[in-house]
Design a protein around this ligand. Sequence first.
Ligand code: AMP
Ligand code: GLY
Length: 443
Amino acid sequence: MIRSRRVLVVGNGGREHALAWKLVQDGAEVLVAPGNAGTACIAENVPVAATDIPALLELARTREVDLTVVGPEAPLVAGIVDAFAAAGLRIFGPTQRAAQIEGSKSFCKQILHRGDVPTAMFREFRSAARAREYLEAREDMPVVVKADGLAAGKGVFVCGDRATALAAVQSLAEDPALAAAAGSILVEERLDGVEVSVLAITDGRTIVTLPPLQDHKAAYDGDEGPNTGGMGAYCPTPFVDAELLAEIEAKILVPTVHAMRRAKVPFQGVLYAGLMLTSQGPKVLEFNARFGDPECEPLLLRMESSLLELLDAAVDRRLESCPAPTWYDGAAVSVVMASEGYPGPVTKGQPIRGLDAAATLPDVQVFHAATRLTDGRSVADGGRVLAVTARGTSLARAKLQAYTAVKEIRWAGAWCRKDIADKGIDREREMLAAEATTAETIS
Ligand code: AMP
Ligand code: GLY
């Protein structure tokens, strides 16, 4: 008997639950390390941390894993792909050097420069004193102050004026956690416009661009409040039509992949472009070296073709001959349900009620983001607890269905944003109104 393909998914968030869910549908037998209560229901959780590379290698060897898929950035930046490749094991994701496109903003800017890819103008400083001098000397205008390295989303300060920018440099210099990330400090021009995400799967040569998305990074409705890992996402976003997606592919994704290959740092994996749609066209805010979370959840809920085949083709460097993925011809919306206190400290361990009722709703998948099983029950185990995801024939219907599922679920202190996908729904309405006006004028 031919055994089914065995795939190891590394990580424990909503993204990894969505990856495991999709790979199971594609016929794979899935292990998740370490996984959460959601992945435990559909796959086999193995208690190995996502950053314990030697233990993950051992796991892949002893369990005869055919393909490993890495969710989060930390193991990528720590070199998991290099270690697996050296051991002759198949793994989907960029090498340690290539993951610097996310891990080092300075490296990212060098690649963008080589590829002539549009991005914000910037200056890099080796010390806080130099950054301060520069800010004092230049015209007082909005800037963004960034730590060079990974800072768990805390290393970026969008500043309206010089005083705020100086304060940001000060906190980078003073906060020991941030100072470690701030090998150098970047001061860049603030870009204005609508923010969107476009992800592509690449084998280092060929790229497969995935449908455009929009994340919601601010904690509260109306994009108010502190920055988070993402409070919700939807796909596709009407802010990027087919023509603009083709432009993003041609002017941003393709030149970046080629620039990395020319720099002898070929990129295999998911290249995630965080973009600002400015009045001068799309510009890169950042690159990530992985699927976004929660972006991955609505994306995979819409994917109809096999993810496994696509990832296999990327790992074997034959994306060029792989059929293009196909997508559900509607929309998907993912609403993050968070614990009280997020993005600050949260209490853990509250039992989650209503998961079964939510699961019976049509077109709904509740992906677990920070949960664990205690006495056979799912309990909250972190800040972003669930990514409640639904699809529908329109964005408005998908949103309605996602929030219908949210209403079924509760635990002490649970909350979510109420306006996920509204920007996209408003945009669609505007486009329809504009079309109607044009039709009237013509007739
Ligand atoms: P990053 O980690 O570089 O993506 O930055 C995090 C967030 O900061 C982005 O999602 C944007 O909302 C914002 N941001 C970063 N760079 C800029 C920029 N140059 N102009 C405006 N907003 C920015
Ligand atoms: N949701 C943003 C990220 O995954 O980076």
